[in-house]
Design a protein around this ligand. Structure first.
Ligand code: GLU
Length: 504
């Protein structure tokens, strides 16, 4: 698709838990890199110290690792362009800010936050918005309006300043986005963004462009919320005289219903996670991992939220995604998040897993409940119930009766099925079962069926009451599978207990 060496980056800011929209951005970058024999980089954009949140950086890395997104160059991995954490690259940016000033593309501004705030309020009171740009810049306090001596004097006195980009006046800039196509923006509508501050920190815009250039990024694939910054970024590349990477802005992930971006509040309200992992700090949040999703299911679901393969195929392994992925098939419009579909994916992956794999995951839960079945027994049980569950955690709910004899009997079933002759029927069934040697489901079933036919019993009534004795309700897999799993002795015990309770 491209003749450039593909190098892409995921560049999150560690400001809290990573939203699943962020994971999707990372995923598309990763798929694009792998598909094109390229390199996937994780760069931590932590220049805004006021928004820095402890734990967020580790959370990002752990999330990607859990999801199976492998980083080629990054904070932990290192690489030819280390360091990959912007706060550790602080010394790099100053030179680029100076270069822009020297070439007339940027200028020092000394306006204080209070002065700017005052102007904003004044404008607002007139129903207008203050813009630091082509209309206002010549009436502000900056190196375009002050004499060179005055600027020098202020700088050597250590006065606080910012460096602003000097946006050209009234120029149409044309640019292309791989997903959105051609766009044009007039520079007079754009303001003179701050690039650098006297505390020695660059802003997002400068650090992002400088690093993308130095790290030889070929394609910038990021969320739609950055599209408004694209004209500025394009102008920065031009000002530096650098070749710009190609850009692709991904559509938003939308709420399950209504308008707007998928938020934590939607998840809390409707009971689904919007973050990959549990977030333990401050206001805690659910995570897909802890809620029992398989990482493969999570990734499969995310991949299809915005990209489509152009076929009916819905289930993809990571390798299949890599093979099938192309940015051209990423849509322009937002993708509605569907919590039921997320579950559907997990259910699909659940069915694909072997009973052995699931038994490994289920065993600790069973032990926690105080039971120690053999591994083989648990494998057998899992294969009986797995089609009924979405999560490993649901396995217990679907199989508790294998371990625990009923303590009560479903009133509905009793009302419908318990007849005067039921005790005699169950007692007879008990004797038939007691005489069976090979207590496998198929043998037991055929012997019981034969007895039903011979004795002229109502098959439905027998099976329902038999199940009621074993389970206490009308749920669970095939009743002869349950009987065989719990064993003949336990089956007889449960019939006896039921008879005793119900004929008192
Ligand atoms: N640090 C930005 C973020 O948090 C990166 C945007 C970009 O990819 O350019 O999303």
């Amino acid at each position: 698709m491209t003749d450039k060496k593909v190098r892409v980056r995921f560049a999150p800011s560690p400001t809290g838990p990573l939203h699943i929209g962020g994971v999707r951005t990372a995923l598309y970058n990763y798929l694009f890199a792998r598909k094109n024999n390229g390199v996937f980089i994780l760069r931590i954009e932590d220049t805004d110290q006021t928004r820095y949140v402890e734990g967020a950086e580790n959370y990002i890395m752990e999330s990607l690792e859990w999801a199976g997104i492998k980083i080629d160059e990054g904070v932990r991995e290192g690489g030819p362009h280390a360091p990959y954490r912007q706060s550790e690259r602080k010394a790099i940016y100053r030179k680029y800010s100076d270069d822009l000033i020297a070439s007339g593309n940027a200028y020092y501004a000394f306006d204080t936050p209070e002065e700017l705030e005052k102007l904003r309020t004044e404008y607002e009171s007139r129903g207008e918005t203050f813009n630091y740009g082509c209309v206002s810049r010549m009436s502000m306090c900056n190196s375009l309006t002050l004499s060179a001596e005055e600027v020098q004097h202020r700088l050597s006195a250590g006065e606080a300043y910012v460096v602003r980009f000097r946006m050209p006046d009234n120029e149409d800039i044309h640019f292309t986005d791989i997903i959105r196509g051609d766009m044009v923006v007039n520079t007079s509508t754009l303001d003179d963004k701050v690039l650098y501050k006297s505390d020695g920190m660059p802003t997002y815009h400068l650090a992002n462009i400088v690093d993308d250039h130095l790290m030889e990024i070929s394609h910038v694939i990021r969320g739609e919320e950055w599209l408004p910054s694209l004209p500025l970024h394009k102008m920065l590349y031009r000002a530096f005289g650098w070749e710009s990477p190609d850009f692709a802005h991904l559509p938003l992930l939308l709420k399950p219903t209504g308008k707007g971006k998928l938020s934590k509040r939607d998840g809390d309200k409707m009971g689904f996670p919007v973050f990959p992992l549990f977030w333990p700090y401050g206001e805690t949040a659910h995570g897909y991992r802890e809620d029992g999703y398989f990482p493969e299911a999570f990734i499969n679901m995310l991949a299809l939220l915005g990209w489509n393969p152009g076929t009916e195929q819905e289930i993809f392994t990571m390798d299949e995604l890599i093979n099938a992925f192309s940015i051209d098939r990423v849509g322009k419009s937002g993708s509605r998040f569907d919590p039921e579909k997320a579950k559907w994916f997990n259910h699909q992956y659940m069915q694909q897993k072997s009973a052995e794999e699931l038994a490994d995951l289920f065993m600790p839960l069973v032990k926690e409940k105080g039971f120690t079945p053999s591994y083989e027994k648990l494998v057998g049980l899992v294969s009986l119930v797995k089609e009924r569950v979405v999560f490993v955690n649901d396995l217990w709910r679907e199989s508790d009766f294998f371990f625990i004899a009923p303590e009560s009997y479903d009133a509905e079933v009793l009302k419908k099925r318990w007849k005067d002759d039921s005790p005699a029927m169950l007692a007879a069934l008990r004797d038939v079962i007691a005489a069976i040697d090979d207590f496998t489901p198929s043998v037991t079933e055929s012997i019981v069926k034969e007895w039903i036919t011979k004795g002229g019993y109502n098959a439905g009534g027998v099976f329902n009451l038999f199940r009621l004795m074993l389970v206490g309700a009308s749920r669970g897999p095939h009743v002869f599978d349950i009987a065989s799993w719990i064993g003949k002795e336990e089956t007889l015990r449960r019939i006896d207990a039921g008879l005793a309770r119900l004929t008192r």
